[in-house]
Write a protein that binds this ligand. Structure first.
Ligand code: GDP
Length: 247
C-alpha cells in the first residue's frame, strides 16, 4: 500500500531515504540514527594506550573528557548520532585508552572526535591513576590539532576538581572548552537551572556550559552547535566549496 510501507532502516539506497523524508517513523527503528547521523562519515580510527600510539597530529580534533560514569559515551553516541559509537562502559575507570574517531574530511587532515579515558573512579589502583595522568599530560602537551575540549559533568555532582583540572589543561593548550551538565533528566527543571547558573558563574567566559540529557535529548542541538564551533570549518574552505559548485 502506498505511503503505508514499513520502514526497514537504511539500506543506502535513495528509495529508503526518500521514504524517510516523506514519512519519518513515529518511533525510530534500528538504523534510524545512522541515516540521521550528524556525522554520516564518522568511523573509529584507533585506541592508544600511550602517546606514541596517537594518530597523526593533523587537521582538527575535539576531545571529550569526564569522570567515569558521568555519561560521556552516551553523550558522544547521541551527539554523533550513532548507537554504540563510543562504548557505554561496563567497568568504569579500567580502560585507560585514548580513542580516536574521524568525523569527516571537511578540513585537510580531517576532523576528529577523541574520547579520553574517564577519571575519578575511586577504586582505580594508583598505577592506573599514574598511567592516566601521564597519558593526559602527553595528550595535552602534544596535540597541535586539538581545538576544543568538551567536559562531561553529572549535573547532580556539579563541577569537581578533576573537571577543573581538565578545563585548566584545555586552557593551557590554548583550546576553547564546553561543559555538558548531563543526566539533566534526573533533576527537576528548577534544580537543573540552579546548577547551570552556578556553573555559569564559576566558569564565566572561560567555557560554554549547558544542560544535557542523553535520555530525553535535552540540549542536543546546542551540544552539536558547540561541537561545530569548537572545530570550525574555515570560511575559506566553505567559499572554496561554493566556487567549485559554481564552476
Ligand atoms: P561514561 O562512563 O562517562 O562513558 O558513562 P556512560 O555513557 O557509560 O553512562 C554511565 C551510566 O549513566 C549508564 O548506565 C548510562 O545509561 C547512564 N546515563 C548516561 N547518560 C545519561 C542521561 O543523560 N540520563 C540518565 N538518566 N542516565 C544516563
Amino acid at each position: 500500500m502506498r505511503g503505508e510501507a514499513p520502514f526497514h532502516g537504511p539500506t543506502g539506497d535513495s528509495t529508503t531515504i526518500t521514504r524517510l523524508w516523506a514519512r519519518p517513523p513515529a518511533v525510530p527503528e534500528p538504523g534510524y540514527n545512522r541515516i540521521m547521523s550528524a556525522y554520516p562519515e564518522a568511523v573509529f580510527l584507533k585506541s592508544a594506550h600511550q602517546p606514541s600510539q596517537f594518530v597523526p597530529d593533523e587537521g582538527m580534533e575535539v576531545a571529550f573528557a569526564g569522570r567515569s560514569n558521568a555519561g560521556k559515551s552516551s553523550a558522544i553516541n547521541l551527539i554523533v548520532g550513532r548507537r554504540q559509537f563510543a562504548r557505554v562502559s561496563r567497568t568504569p575507570g579500567r580502560t585507560q585508552l585514548v580513542n580516536f574517531f574521524v568525523l569527516d574530511e571537511r578540513v585537510p587532515g580531517g576532523r576528529r572526535l577523541v574520547d579520553l579515558p574517564g577519571y575519578g573512579f575511586a577504586r582505580v589502583p594508583v598505577k592506573v591513576q599514574r598511567h592516566w595522568r601521564a597519558l593526559m599530560d602527553g595528550y595535552f602537551a602534544q596535540r597541535r590539532s586539538l581545538t576544543g575540549v568538551v567536559v562531561i559533568v553529572d549535573v547532580r555532582r556539579g563541577l569537581l576538581d578533576l573537571d577543573r583540572q581538565m578545563l585548566a589543561w584545555a586552557d593551557a593548550a590554548g583550546c576553547a572548552a564546553h561543559v555538558l551538565l548531563t543526566k539533566a533528566d534526573k533533576l527537576s527543571r528548577g534544580a537543573g537551572a540552579g546548577v547551570l547558573q552556578a556553573a555559569r558563574r564559576e566558569l564565566g567566559r572561560s567555557a560554554g556550559v549547558q544542560l544535557f540529557s542523553a535520555l530525553d535529548r535535552t540540549g542536543l542541538e546546542e551540544a552539536r552547535l558547540a561541537l561545530e564551533s569548537l572545530m570550525p570549518v574555515p570560511v575559506a574552505t566553505l567559499a572554496g566549496d561554493d566556487a567549485l559548485t559554481q564552476q
